[in-house]
Design a binder for this molecule. Structure first.
Ligand code: CTP
Length: 413
C-alpha cells in the first residue's frame, strides 16, 4: 500500500518540508528514513497527529546534526542513545536510530543495540503502533507493516506482538487500555488473556514509570473510561487496592472538565482519584507512585480539607471566617473539594475563596502603619490582621477607612 498522497495531504507544509529535507540528506549518506509509530496509525485512521517520530537505519544523531547545519531546522537536543530532536518553524520531530531491545529481567529498562527497521518495529508495544512508512525516494510512501497492524486497525483490535510483551514491560498493560478506550477498539482475545495473566508484573515497574503512564491516561479526553476499564480488568487495584473507576468518578471528572482549564485537569483528577482514601492509604500511594512534593501536598490537603467541610456547611459564615478556614490549604485541594462536594453551600464558599477572598489585600502596609504610630512586631501583626478581616468583610473599603481603623487601634490614639 502506498500512502504518499495521504502524507502530502495530511502533513502541514512546514513539517513536510522538514521531513523531505531529512530524507534527502539521509539518501546522500546512504541511509533510509521511515515515519513510525503513532503518526502512521493516526494517518491510516485519518486522525490529526503532528508528533512525528522518524527512524533512521543508521546514525540518527549525525543525520540530525547534518540537517541542522545545512537547513533552517534547529537541533534542539540529542542523546547518547541515538535520538535527536529537530525543530523547524512551529514544528518539531524526533529522530531515532533503528534499534533492537532485549530485557535482562521483567520491568528492567531494555538493553539497546543498533538494528534494522524490522528489529525496531518488533520491540514495540502493539501491532497498530508497529507500522512504518518509507520516506526514501525510490519507495516514498510505502507502508511497512510486518505485524498486520493495518488489519488490526481495520478490525479495531489492540494486539501485542509476542506473548512476553506485557511481562517484558508491564507499562504496556496501562498503554493497551489507554489506546483501547481512546480509539474505541477492543483488546484482541489472546492479548486480553495475557494482560490479565501479567497484571502482577506491574509490581516490577518503578513508581515513576507507572505515574508517567497514569499521567498520559489523565491527559486523554475521557480518562474516566480508561480508569473504569482498568478497574474492570483488575489492573487499577494492583496499583492501589482502593483506586476505583465507578460512577462517582465519571460524574466528577466530567464536572471538572466543565469547570477547569485543561492544564489543571491531570492534577485535579489525581486528587479526585484518592478522594475516598484514608490518610494511611494515601501515604502508601504517594510512596508507590513517587508523587512529587507539590502534588503530594495537594493530595494530602484534599483529604484534610474534606474532613473539615462540615464547618462550611453550617450557619452563614463571614468572608473572613471562610478565608481563615481555607487559607492553609493548597488551592488544588480546594478546587478538588469544590468539585467533589455535593453541598451547594460548600461549593459556593470554596468558589468564593478561590475567585475572590484569596486575592484580598489591605491598602496599608507596615511602613504606613509605623507612620501611624504602630510599632513593628506582634502589635503590627495584629493590626494588619484586623485590617485584613475588616476588608474581607466589607467593613472597610477605602484607604481612608483603613487609616481610620488603624488609628483607632494605635495605642497612642
Ligand atoms: N512504545 C512502545 N512501548 C512503550 C512505549 C512506546 O513500544 N512502552 C513505542 C510505540 O510504538 C509508540 C512509540 O513508541 O507508538 C512512541 O511512543 P509514544 O510517543 O508514547 O506513543 P505515540 O503512539 O507516538 O503517541 P500517543 O500514545 O500519544 O498516540
Amino acid at each position: 500500500m502506498n500512502l504518499a498522497w495521504q502524507i502530502e495531504q495530511y502533513l502541514p507544509r512546514q513539517l513536510l518540508e522538514l521531513v523531505k529535507d531529512i530524507s534527502g540528506q539521509a539518501a546522500k549518506r546512504g541511509q533510509r528514513v521511515y515515519l513510525v509509530g503513532g503518526v502512521v496509525r493516526d494517518l491510516l485512521l485519518g486522525y490529526p497527529n503532528f508528533d512525528l517520530d522518524l527512524v533512521v537505519e543508521g546514525d540518527a544523531v549525525k543525520l540530525a546534526q547534518q540537517v541542522a547545519k545545512t537547513s533552517q531546522a534547529k537541533l534542539l537536543a540529542h542523546h547518547r542513545f541515538g535520538t535527536a530532536k529537530l525543530r523547524y518553524g512551529n514544528f518539531s520531530l524526533d529522530l531515532a536510530t533503528a534499534r533492537g531491545e532485549t530485557y535482562a529481567k521483567p520491568g528492567a529498562l531494555p538493553a539497546v543495540t543498533p538494528g534494522t527497521l524490522k528489529n525496531d518495529l518488533i520491540r514495540r508495544d502493539f501491532s497498530v503502533n508497529a507500522m512504518a512508512i518509507s520516506l526514501a525516494s525510490n519507495d516514498y510512501g510505502e507502508l511497512v507493516d510486518p505485524y498486520q497492524g493495518k488489519s488490526d486497525l481495520e478490525h479495531r483490535l489492540i494486539r501485542i506482538l509476542h506473548p512476553g510483551s506485557f511481562s517484558d514491560d508491564a507499562t504496556r498493560i496501562l498503554r493497551a487500555v489507554r489506546y483501547e478506550q481512546r480509539l474505541g477498539f477492543e483488546l484482541e482475545a489472546q492479548t486480553a488473556q495475557l494482560l490479565k495473566r501479567d497484571i502482577p508484573m506491574l509490581d516490577t515497574i518503578s513508581g515513576d514509570r507507572i505515574r508517567h503512564e497514569l499521567e498520559l491516561i489523565l491527559k486523554e479526553k475521557r480518562p474516566e473510561f480508561v480508569i473504569r476499564r482498568l478497574a474492570e480488568l483488575g489492573v487499577l487495584q494492583r496499583i492501589s487496592p482502593l483506586l476505583k473507576g465507578d460512577g462517582w468518578l465519571v460524574e466528577k471528572f466530567d464536572k471538572a472538565r466543565r469547570l477547569k482549564k485543561p492544564s489543571q485537569l491531570p492534577s485535579l483528577y489525581f486528587c479526585l482519584l484518592v478522594y475516598s482514601f484514608s490518610e494511611n492509604e494515601i501515604e502508601q500511594l504517594l510512596v508507590r507512585l513517587n508523587i512529587p512534593a507539590k502534588l503530594s501536598r495537594a493530595m494530602r490537603d484534599t483529604l484534610r480539607l474534606k474532613t473539615r467541610l462540615a464547618l462550611l456547611d453550617t450557619s452563614p459564615l463571614k468572608p473572613s471566617e471562610i478565608y481563615y478556614l481555607l487559607r492553609e490549604y493548597e488551592s488544588m485541594a480546594i478546587e478538588t473539594n469544590a468539585i467533589a462536594s455535593d453541598s451547594s453551600t460548600v461549593h459556593h464558599y470554596l468558589q468564593l475563596f478561590l475567585t475572590k477572598l484569596r486575592y484580598v489585600r489591605t491598602a496599608l502596609d507596615g511602613e504606613e502603619l509605623k507612620r501611624l504610630g504602630i510599632s513593628a512586631g506582634p502589635e503590627m501583626g495584629q493590626v494588619l490582621q484586623i485590617l485584613h478581616k475588616a476588608k474581607l468583610d466589607g467593613e472597610v473599603r477605602t484607604r481612608a477607612d483603613e487609616k481610620k481603623l488603624a488609628r483607632s487601634l494605635s495605642p497612642k490614639s
